[in-house]
Design a protein around this ligand. Structure first.
Ligand code: CA
Length: 235
């Protein structure tokens, strides 16, 4: 069927690097290795990479800044891997547009699973089901089967898994106030330890993508003290 996914492992710890490489190769992936941010950017420019596994603690450059640079110029899926246990680092990873993160030490099977999850979402679209689940609002379409968000001009806009799941929860219940706790349920499997702040971060990212005026949102409105509401008709 499809081609073999090509993963880039960005990790300066040789032991961790070879362990990850061995596991992922055994699972059938093609692997490229980088030990610094410079090597990472060079690999992305010269090879066709399908997903990057990015260690945050690199010798030459901060992983978060690298993730931001990559995200600024491509939709390459990124899984951030960090030894830092702080909640703020995980939030920061999602904020710069990483698709997922893992905390060291991690279970190699979980690593493989998360890679497969993200590639499945970013990869080829399955044969269309008979009744596709599509939500339309203000010229936009959210196609749940294709996991695609399509702008009024027909352009596909890149959404991370967490962003898409959150938008889906909102458009499925238009004009209803959804609490942050309810919205956390919709994205909780996308984050190791979800918090209310995660919802605010994701909402702000979604607004920047879909709202005509993100600073004066009309689609996703804030209900002070309660949560958020999707305030446009959905068909
Ligand atoms: Ca490191």
């Amino acid at each position: 069927m499809g081609k073999i996914p090509h993963l880039l492992i960005v990790e300066d710890d040789e032991l961790v690097q070879s362990l990850m490489g061995a596991y992922l190769q055994r699972d059938g992936f093609t692997i490229s290795l980088a030990a610094t941010g410079k090597e990472m950017l060079a690999a992305i420019d010269t090879e066709h990479i399908d997903l990057a596994l990015l260690d945050l603690g690199l010798p030459d450059e901060d992983g978060l800044s690298l993730a931001r640079q990559v995200r600024a110029r491509s939709d390459l899926p990124i899984i951030v891997i960090t030894a830092r246990k702080g909640k703020s680092d995980r939030l920061a990873a999602l904020e710069v547009g990483a698709d997922d993160y893992l905390t060291k030490p991690f279970d190699p099977d979980e690593l493989v699973l998360r890679v497969r999850n993200i590639l499945g979402r970013a990869g080829t679209v399955e044969a269309p089901s008979i009744r596709s689940e599509i939500y339309r609002f203000e010229g936009w379409s959210l196609d749940m089967d294709a996991r695609a968000v399509i702008a009024p001009d027909g352009e596909h806009v890149a959404f991370t898994r967490a962003e898409l799941n959150l938008l889906a929860a909102l458009v499925k219940a238009p004009n209803r106030v959804l609490t942050r706790a309810h919205l956390l349920d919709a994205v909780s499997h996308d984050a190791a330890s979800p918090t209310d702040r995660l919802i605010d971060v994701l909402v702000s990212r979604i607004r920047k993508k879909i709202e005509p005026e993100p600073k004066a949102p009309q689609f996703i409105t804030t209900v002070v003290g309660c949560g958020y509401k999707f305030s446009r008709p959905v068909t």
